[in-house]
Design a protein around this ligand. Structure first.
Ligand SMILES: Nc1ncnc2c1ncn2[C@@H]1O[C@H](COP(=O)(O)OP(=O)(O)OP(=O)(O)O)[C@@H](O)[C@H]1O
Length: 590
């Protein structure tokens, strides 16, 4: 893949330029295949007429027989090579487009959910890129081939009869250009509506999938299904009406082909009557029109898809524009190899960091300064919306501060040579892939040996459980890790982090959803195995604060309380009350 794909402007022309020779070859092969199809029917028409006149000897029709075979085989072979060439180029383009889209989305990964709806993204990934691929294969190549054949056909006809050539140029021009454009204009509004309804249905369905348990719990499945089916019905109605219109246009076009064949037959008959050609050529000249006009009409039908290509293009461009206009989003740089040298230290330094989301007037994080030495541990608390996650994103360099700086080991986290190897994250719901347990752990460092995997599993106290599974470490996880409880999933994720061995670990509320006992046990394991690493822990609970070097409370993006657990217990009544409320029985558990 060329690294500069993501800098290109436009989603069609640059790729066309890159593969210009392959596309040209496909175009010429397409035209040649059509010529073969025309020649096949031409010679067949001649052969039938000649045979009907009962030639005295088979040798009289031997040459047309050979030609029919040659054109028949030739057409199939050339068409095959043409498909191969065209698809090869289109699939290469498709893979580049996918990489480019991924690269445009990847730096916004943390914000995807706020910027785009998941259904929209699915639509983008599943539909739009495929659509553009069809743009090459079903629209561009067939249209250009048809135009080529149209020009060549009219020029050839012009040599025989200028008047007829002019008439056919106008007639075929109507079938090829005017009719599809008129049909498109007539159905434009309906097509846009169909696309909109489809994309809404996509979005609603994905929303519903993600919130399925909530739908079930709230007992509102029936109303949801009714609304969903209603939308589906309206979408089907629009689609049906569009299909009917397409069918009508197709019917008119086929009638158009019929009329053209009749014109050609009458003209050939007139030439034969005038003695210009032999009667055996009448069928040949009439039949040749069939495949050529058929191909033109088929290509013209693809014009109907133009608005869809346009919408897909717009959506893809919008994604890239978001990416390039928002200066605070990281620009893409290739992920560093895991084998690259890991920094041994994790000294974190935030100086007067402030950040505001685009379109928002309020600071999400305001004037935060923190210093964490290697091995330091800090807890960040605060009510929902106080800016904890934003601060974590700033620390990782996923967001760039509007003011102030975030440095790891003295290097700004957004610097080109970056600190991607500095951070590991344990979040609320680690995803376990449908592969073996060992592979899931090995995600932390793919080249880790079995022994290392075993070692980290032991550290997080999962070894006994995994060894008791039917295939031990080779047991498949099953989709979304259903086999494991919340706490066990977190331990697997923790094992990954141990394999990664990055110096700073960000804990983003990893105990959400666990009962107090499991929560305590997990956090005890976390602090034991992460001993010596720099830890930033975002949490809603105060249990475990004794382990921290500093505790900060955030409120509306700023720090409202800070100190060690002991200092706050001693000097801050509010903190003491909160602590006693949160951990009534837990004074000395940690
Ligand atoms: N992508 C975004 N665009 C605009 N505003 C945002 C975005 N993400 C968060 N915010 C706003 O920024 C503020 C801080 O949000 P943030 O998610 O950092 O809070 P939080 O403390 O992590 O909340 P929670 O505990 O619920 O996760 C909130 O007012 C939130 O509405």
């Amino acid at each position: 893949m060329r690294g500069d794909d993501h800098q290109q402007k436009g989603w069609l022309l640059p790729y066309l330029r890159q593969h210009v020779w392959t596309f040209t070859a496909a175009l010429l092969l397409g035209a040649l295949a059509l010529c073969c199809a025309g020649a096949l029917l031409f010679t067949s028409g001649y052969l039938i007429s000649r045979s009907a006149l009962r030639p005295e000897n088979i040798l009289m029709v031997y040459v047309p027989i050979v030609l029919v075979r040659t054109f028949g085989f030739g057409k199939a072979i050339i068409q095959y090579v043409e498909r191969l060439t065209g698809h090869d180029a289109a699939l290469r383009v498709l893979s580049r487009m996918r990489v480019r889209l991924y690269r445009a989305l990847e730096p916004q990964a943390l914000q995807l959910q706020t910027r785009f709806r998941t259904g929209d993204l699915l639509g983008l990934l599943a539909e739009d890129i495929e659509k553009l691929q069809n743009g090459y294969l079903k629209f561009l190549l067939p249209s250009l081939t048809s135009v080529l054949i149209y020009a060549a056909g009219i020029a050839a006809l012009g040599r025989l009869d200028r008047m007829l050539a002019l008439m056919m140029a106008l007639y075929c021009g109507f079938l090829l250009f005017l009719l599809p454009c008129m049909a498109l204009m007539a159905s434009l509004r309906q097509r846009r509506r169909a696309k909109q309804v489809r994309s809404e249905a996509y979005q609603e369905l994905t929303d519903a999938m993600f919130g399925m348990s909530d739908w079930i719990l709230s007992g509102r499945i029936q109303p949801f299904l009714q609304a969903f089916f209603k939308k589906q019905e309206s979408s089907s109605q629009i689609e049906n009406s569009l299909r009917r219109n397409e069918w009508r246009i197709n019917w008119i076009s086929q009638c158009g082909i019929g009329v053209a064949v009749i014109i050609m037959t009458l003209w050939a008959g007139w030439l034969a009557e005038a003695g210009t050609i032999h009667v055996t050529w009448i069928a040949a000249l009439a039949l040749i029109a069939f495949p050529l006009l058929e191909a033109m009409v088929r290509a013209a039908g693809a014009v109907a898809q133009l608005p869809e290509y346009q919408t897909s293009l717009k959506r893809l461009q919008a994604i890239e524009n978001v990416h390039s206009t928002d200066a605070r989003i990281f620009t893409y740089s290739p992920a560093p190899q895991l084998s690259s040298v890991l920094p041994e230290e994790g000294v974190l330094d935030l100086q007067g960091v402030s950040f505001r989301y685009s379109h928002s007037r309020e600071w999400a994080v305001h004037d935060i300064s923190l210093q964490l030495p290697q091995g330091g541990k800090i807890a960040i608390l605060g009510r929902s919306g106080s800016g904890k996650s934003t601060l974590l994103n700033l620390i990782q360099g996923e967001l760039q501060p509007d003011e102030g700086s975030v440095k790891v080991n003295g290097i700004p986290v957004n610097a080109e040579d970056g600190n991607l190897n500095s951070f590991s994250v344990l979040n609320q719901n680690p995803y376990l892939f449908d592969t073996s347990v060992a592979n899931n752990i090995r995600l932390g460092r793919p080249e880790a040996s079995d022994e290392e995997v075993r070692m980290v599993t032991e550290q997080v106290r999962l070894n006994k459980l995994i060894e008791s599974l039917p295939d031990g470490y080779n047991t498949r996880m099953e989709e979304t890790g259903l086999r494991f409880s919340g706490g066990e999933k977190q331990r697997i994720a923790l094992a990954r982090i141990l394999l990664q061995n990055h110096p700073i670990v960000l804990l983003d509320e990893p105990t959400v959803g666990l009962d107090p006992r499991n929560e305590r046990e997990l956090m005890r394991t976390v602090f034991r195995v992460l001993h010596g690493k720099t830890v930033v822990w975002v949490t809603h609970h105060l249990s475990g604060m004794e382990e921290m070097d500093e505790v900060i409370f955030m409120d509306q993006g700023s720090i409202s309380m800070r100190g060690t657990h002991e200092q706050l217990m001693r000097g801050n009544l509010r903190y003491r009350k909160l602590y006693e409320l949160d951990c009534p029985l837990q004074k000395r558990v940690w």
